[in-house]
Structures are given as C-alpha cells and as structure tokens.
Design a protein around this ligand. Structure first.
Ligand code: SF4
Ligand code: SF4
Length: 262
C-alpha cells in the first residue's frame, strides 16, 4: 500500500500524472478515490477487496478529460481498458496502469502492450459463483427459466445503475433514451425491462469484460451480470473470442458458422 502511495505521490509531484483513480477505505468496502494531490494519495489503498471496476471513470470527460491519468486496475478492469483503447475511447500515452497480481503484489505497467501480455499470460480470477449460477439456470426447463428471468426482471425499476457501472456503456445517448423511434419503452414493466436488459447485453457481446460490476451495482440484487457472464461464454464458444476481445455483433467474418440460424 505504501509502495502505491509513494509511487502515485511521485508521479503527481513530477506532473507525470494529473489524476489517479484508486480506492480508499469506505464504511464497508473500499470506495473510489480520485487523487489529485499528495494528501489525497495518502488515502489510497489497494488490496483484494478492491474489486469495483474503476475503468468506468476513464471515459468520464468531466472527471478525466485530457488529464494524464493513472488507475488502480483489477484484472477485469484491465480487460475493459484494453477494449476501450481498441474502440478509440482512450489515448494510450495518457494512462498509467497499476494492477494487483493474484499474489497481492503491485504491478506497474509501462505500456498497454505489457498489460495485454499480462492478461494473456495470467489466468482470469475465478468465476466459480457465476459458473454455478449459469449451470443452475441452464439446467432449468425452458418454462422455468422464463419464469425465473421474468420474476427477476419484473423487479427492475430502470434506475440504470447497471449501465452507469459498466465501463463499456459510454454512449452519450443510450438506446433507452432515444424516442424517435422509441426502441425501448421508458417505463418499468416486465416486458420493457426484458427489452432493456437484452439490448444492454447484446450491445456488450464480445465487448464485455465479464467484470460483474453491473450485477453488483443493481440495488435490487437482480443478477444481470449472470446474463453478461452467460453471453461471454456463448461468444467464446461461438467465436473463440475471450471476454472483451471483440464486438462480435458489429463485425462480419464470412467464416462464421452462423449456427445460431436455425
Ligand atoms: S460484466 Fe457488466 S459491467 Fe462488466 S463489462 Fe460486462 S456488462 Fe459491463
Ligand atoms: S440496476 Fe437493476 S434496477 Fe437498475 S436498471 Fe439495472 S437491472 Fe434495473
């Protein structure tokens, strides 16, 4: 922790960084901290509980806009950052990334190529809980599965916290707010809630890092991250792409099997 604090202080002091997005102690779990001075940096922490995805702040022009920014990134946040770079939402030279290795040590990355190599060489942290959810839901007969998701999504009151927590949801105008034509009904009702989540997850196909932040953010505990996790698994099976590697629904490859057309 001290290593991170002194490194960030040094980078802020020398103007190599103007802002560092990290974590500080919260009342229950660590919370985000936007550190712009040595005093702020003294509050930084980084441990195994710092799992919230801070990459979501990197596209916030009001916070980051044009500043040389550093970030404490979890494994999954690093996946998001690479994807955001691929989508030209970030400028490579403007970001300094610190990651936490599975052994709990701090790792400072000099280049994005180093981050990509690290992601390739390091096994992703376990998704056992999510895998078990998916197995359980997959094992349900179709009618029961429909009932499960209808019941879960009927609770949604369209607060859009799942969207706000997702680093890949950076559009300035979301499809749910477009009313000419109106793709998704804006009020909360089971069917329109389903339309909303299906649209959200389809938008994420191949882009989602499988970080789980959307599910954590839902104040009603609706497991929307499980839909994203299942979708990431399907993308991997159908296109051989690991989570967060490519926008499979907006690219065309003549060699695609198209086995979803039945
Ligand atoms: S798991 Fe959820 S929050 Fe994370 S990238 Fe995928 S859709 Fe976004
Ligand atoms: S965070 Fe939960 S309640 Fe809010 S829009 Fe998303 S699914 Fe619905």
């Amino acid at each position: 922790m001290n290593e991170l604090r002194s490194k960030v202080k040094e980078l802020l002091g020398s103007n190599a960084l103007e802002l560092f997005i990290g974590y500080e102690r919260g009342t229950r779990l660590p919370r985000p901290l936007l550190a712009a001075s040595a005093e702020d940096a003294d509050r930084l922490i980084f441990d195994e509980y710092c799992t919230g995805n801070l990459a979501v702040y990197l596209t916030r022009k009001d916070l980051v806009g044009g500043k040389k920014t550093g970030i404490a990134a979890s494994y999954y946040a690093m996946r998001n950052i690479c994807r955001l770079l691929d989508e030209n939402q970030l400028q490579e030279g403007a970001i300094k990334i610190f990651g936490l290795t599975p052994e709990g040590t701090l790792k400072a990355f000099d280049t994005i190529a180093d981050v990509r190599r690290y992601l390739q060489e390091t096994p992703a942290p376990s998704k056992q809980v999510e895998d078990e959810w998916v197995q359980e839901i997959d094992a349900m007969p179709a009618a029961e599965r429909w009932k499960f998701w209808t019941s879960e999504l009927s609770k949604c009151f369209k607060c859009y916290a799942c969207r706000a927590a997702c680093p890949m949801c950076y559009c300035t105008k979301c499809i749910v707010e477009v009313n000419r034509p109106q793709w998704v009904q804006p009020w909360a009702a089971t069917l329109s809630n389903m339309e909303w989540q299906i649209n959200r997850v389809m938008h994420m196909a191949g882009r989602c890092a499988d970080c789980g932040a959307c599910g954590t953010a839902c104040p009603l505990g609706i497991p929307v991250h499980i839909i994203a996790h299942k979708m990431a698994e399907m993308v991997r099976q159908s296109f051989g792409e690991p989570a967060g590697k490519g926008a499979v629904l907006s690219t065309f490859n003549p060699n695609d099997e198209e086995n979803f057309i039945r």
